[in-house]
Structures are given as C-alpha cells and as structure tokens.
Design a binder for this molecule. Structure first.
Ligand SMILES: Nc1ncnc2c1ncn2[C@@H]1O[C@H](COP(=O)(O)OP(=O)(O)OP(=O)(O)O)[C@@H](O)[C@H]1O
Ligand SMILES: [Mg+2]
Length: 501
C-alpha cells in the first residue's frame, strides 16, 4: 500500500520526541511532510504559509503551549485536527485541552493510539468540511431564493390556515404601501375591497376542495385601489394542509390602457358623428342668422313694438351660442386647424393661460399657489391647444369653487419633470366629483352644469389634445373636498400625424 501523504505541523521543543512521532507515523502508513515549531510566531507563520492535515502538539514548551495554540486556531477559525502529545499529563489538563478544542490527547510513552486517532480525525474533519460546504450552499441558495422572492414582479403573501398573513415579499409591501409589521397577523381578506371580499367569501370553500382558487379583484392601497389577478394555493406538509400562498399580479396599468382604448374608440365614433351633424347645421344656421340680421335692419322703417327687436336679438344671441358649440364640436372631432408643433415651455403656457382667465379668477376671489419647476425641459407641442387644455381645467376649477364657495377658494398648480415625463397638476378645493362620475367626465356632452352654461365638451377636447401628444390626463377627487387633474406628457412627445375627420 502506498503511504498516505500527511501535512504535519509539529509543536515540539524536543527534536528526539518529534522524530519519534514521525517514525510512528511512517510505520502507520503515512508519509508526513512536516515542520517543527516551538514558538507562537513560528506557529502563526506556519499556519499562514500553507494548509495542514494535522497538528500534533506537546502540551508545554518553553514560551508556548497547546492551550495557546488552540486559542489561535479558534481565532483564525481553522478546523484542523489537533492532537496533544505530552510527556506526563494530568487528567484535569487533558480535560482542559479537550474543552479548548483539542480532538485527542496521548502520552508520549504510549503512541499506539496515534495512527488510529489521526485516521479517525481525518475522516471526521472531512465530514465536517462537507457539512460546511453543504451549509454554505444552502445559505447561498436561500439568499438566491429570497432575492427572487422579494424582487419578483408579483406580490407574494403566505397565510396560515386561519387566513392570517405570516410572510410577505417586498413587492407586496411596496404595492400595498405598508410596513411588514402592519401586515403580519392581519386577516388577508381585509387587504381586498368590500366587493372582492364578497367574491372571495363565495369561492373560499373551493380552496380546501380543489387546492387553489383564482380570480380578478381589487386590493386597497392607502387612497387608491389596485386591480389584480389573485391566486390562492393550498400547500401541504406531511400530507396535511399547512399554509396558503396568495399571489397577486398588478393589472392596473393594463386595465387603464384597456379603458383608454375603449374611451378613445368611443370618442372617435362620437367625433365623426358630431362633425357630420355640425356640418349639416352650419348651413341652415347661416340662413337663420342672415334672415334675423335683415329683419333687424329693416325694423326701423316700421317702428314695431319693442318685443320684435328683443326677440330678434335673442335669436342672434342663440345663433351665436350654437356657433360656439359647433366650434367646440369641430375641435373635439380633431379638426384642430393649422397647428405647428414646436418646442414649448409648459410653465410659460401655464402663465399665459392664467392671464386669459385672470379677470374671471379675480372676480371670484380665487387664490393661486404656483409651484413650477425651474428650468423645466421643453416638449414638442402646440401652444394654442395646450392653452386651451389649461383654460378648460382652470375654468372648471373656478366653477367648482363657485359652487362650493369655501372660505378660501384655492387653485394649486404644480409642474415637475420625472422619469422622462413632464407632470402638470391642477388642484382645487371646490365641490369635488362623485366617485362613480369620475369615469364619465371625459365623455363628450357630459356636464353637471345648468342648461346653457356648459356644453360638456371641455374635458373631452382636452383629453383629445393630450392623447394626441401621447400624454395622459387623469382625475382624482374627493367629493365635497377637492379635485386634482394630472397631465403627464412624455419629454420626447411628437404630435402624431393630424387626422381630421
Ligand atoms: N374641477 C372640477 N371640480 C368638480 N367637477 C368638475 C371639475 N372639472 C370638471 N368637473 C365635472 O366634469 C364635467 C365635465 O366638464 P367639462 O369641462 O367637460 O364640461 P363643462 O365644464 O360642464 O362644460 P364646458 O364644455 O363648458 O367645459 C363638469 O360639468 C363637472 O361636473
Ligand atoms: Mg368645462
């Protein structure tokens, strides 16, 4: 049998004893390559220079001993089989050595156990090394799993069988805008809106039967709701149901785009219809207007009762109003005339829009608070059309403030640039909008104003202009408290090719 190589570090001050030990090792089938040290410094530099299979140490040397050597090994977190071989060793010293981490101790006069002890310790050290590697691999895979778990684009929540949350991933915390300690122990039902809770109640019994349920619903997140597709999966341990995994995928953006698509589609067909009608009305309207003008001019020669003049003037006023409506319908049907998109500064457009409505605002004691980002980047747009949007929003805010008449009527305007988008927020503390009406306000001809006051086209036109610039216009409101419109315009927005209907 070929001798087994053994890197041996000998802590020994007697050369004779060291040679004796080496002889025993060779006889036992080892081929030791060794170094003999007897001081702390020599021991440390030997440890640093190379790795060792075994350390065989005398208990006490002139300036160093086995206990100090063991302490150094511990500090350096080195797991090397350490066997104390001493001349005479008391039981208490032997116990102390073992407690300090020695693997065995032998008497110099009796080295029969040395080789079997080294065999055993090498085997055990190998097992310990394998365990350490397995533990390390486990830790690494745990870290990997945690990263995947927390950074997944879906919300993961773990529930116990009572439906209480026991674990939650980072994505869920962010989406729900909550802290982990506020969610742990909470009943998962309460995360959902009342409507989704009802739906869940009905399907929940299926979870035990089928092992999973899924559906579409809404989660509550502070002041807003999130549309999600949820799945509840029952997991087993020792063939018994143990936990439930709740997975929620946020589909809010998808839903918003879907609604926008439906809305744009509806607007486009209504636009075509409106454009057709306005074209038909224009002709007879021009006739009515001309006839009324002729009659008015001839009236003086008859000296008729005043009512004739009053009624004719009223006809002309109404014709004027119809003309304005037709103009609005034309704009709405995307007949924007000749518009030339060029780099524009949104802050400047807001200032000029404010000038246009200044008189109305002052009359109503409306205060403005402007927070416009300095040096805001320009975007490509049409000044007149964007002015039209802002004037629409400002006049709506004025009407809402007049209707509520709060002690301080305020309009707050903010602009800022974020993530390659320009944001414009216009907020008033007026009458607000009912939740169910929020979906209707961008519909053409939707108005809550008295007949003759509003045409219900202001927001529909604004919506058309902003989407034409590849932007978004959204509204949030608290009935009776406030309304906020948010316009988002991409920095690289280019007006799309004009499509007149
Ligand atoms: N800031 C606001 N506060 C409260 N309600 C608002 C606000 N802005 C819009 N609305 C609601 O949305 C409706 C539609 O607004 P829109 O501007 O399209 O039409 P309008 O103002 O009624 O008429 P006009 O065509 O003259 O603008 C309004 O009638 C009102 O009910
Ligand atoms: Mg309006």
């Amino acid at each position: 049998m070929t001798p087994k190589k053994l890197q041996t570090l000998l802590l020994e001050d007697s050369e004779d004893d060291a040679l004796l030990i080496l002889r025993v090792l060779k006889k036992g089938g080892y081929q030791p390559s060794y170094q003999i040290v007897e001081t702390k410094e020599a021991f440390c530099s030997a440890l640093e220079r190379q790795s060792w299979d075994v350390i065989l140490s005398d208990f006490s040397m002139p300036t160093f001993n086995a206990l100090q050597a063991l302490q150094i090994l511990q500090q350096k977190e080195l797991d090397i089989p350490f066997i104390v071989i001493s001349g005479a060793i008391g039981e208490d010293v032997a116990v102390e050595c073992m407690r300090s981490g020695a693997h065995d101790y032998l008497i110099k006069g009796n080295l029969a156990r040395l080789v079997p002890a080294i065999d055993r310790e090498l085997r055990e050290a190998k097992v310990r090394q394998q365990n350490r590697l397995a533990l390390q691999a486990l830790k690494e895979s745990e870290i990997k799993y945690k990263k995947l778990y927390h950074n997944a684009p879906v919300m993961y929540l773990t529930l116990n069988l009572k439906g209480e949350i026991t674990e939650v991933n980072q994505t869920a915390l962010e989406k729900l805008n909550s802290k982990k300690e506020n969610l742990i122990g909470k009943d998962f039902f309460s995360l959902f809106t009342a409507k989704t809770q009802e739906k869940l109640m009905l399907s929940y019994p299926n979870l035990l039967e089928k092992g999973y349920i899924s559906g579409e619903g809404q989660l509550n997140s502070q002041n807003q709701t999130i549309d999600v597709i949820y799945t509840l999966n029952l997991e087993y341990s020792l063939q018994q149901p143990s936990i439930v995994r709740l997975t929620c995928l946020d589909i809010s953006e998808l839903k918003r785009l879907q609604q926008q698509l439906v809305h744009s589609d509806r607007l486009a067909s209504l636009g075509r219809l409106a454009a057709g009608i306005s074209h038909e009305i224009n002709q007879p309207l021009a006739c009515i207007s001309m006839s009324a003008e002729i009659l008015l001019s001839k009236l003086n020669s008859f000296s008729p009762p005043p009512i004739f003049q009053e009624e004719l003037q009223d006809i002309l006023k109404q014709v004027d109003r119809i003309n304005r409506i037709i103009q609005n319908i034309k704009t709405f049907s995307r007949d924007f005339g000749h518009s030339f998109p060029s780099p524009v500064n949104i802050n400047q457009i807001l200032h000029s829009s404010l000038q246009l409505v200044r008189h109305d605002m002052e009359k109503n004691n409306i205060e403005f608070c402007l927070e416009l980002q300095e040096n805001i980047p320009t975007i490509k747009g049409d000044i007149c059309l964007l002015e039209q949007v802002f004037v629409n929003l400002l006049l709506n805010a004025k009407d809402a403030l007049e209707e509520k008449n709060p002690p301080r009527k305020q309009i707050y305007i903010r602009t800022f640039c974020q993530n390659q988008n320009i944001f414009v927020k216009i907020k008033d503390n007026g009458i607000g909008i009912e939740r169910e009406n929020l979906e209707k306000i961008f519909d053409p001809f939707y108005t809550t104003k008295e007949v003759g006051v509003g045409t219900g086209l202001g927001l529909a036109i604004s919506y058309g202009i902003i989407t034409e610039l590849h932007g978004r216009i959204e509204c949030q409101s608290q009935k009776g408290e406030w309304t906020q419109f948010t316009i988002t315009l991409p920095l690289n927005c280019e007006k799309s090719t004009k499509t007149s209907v």
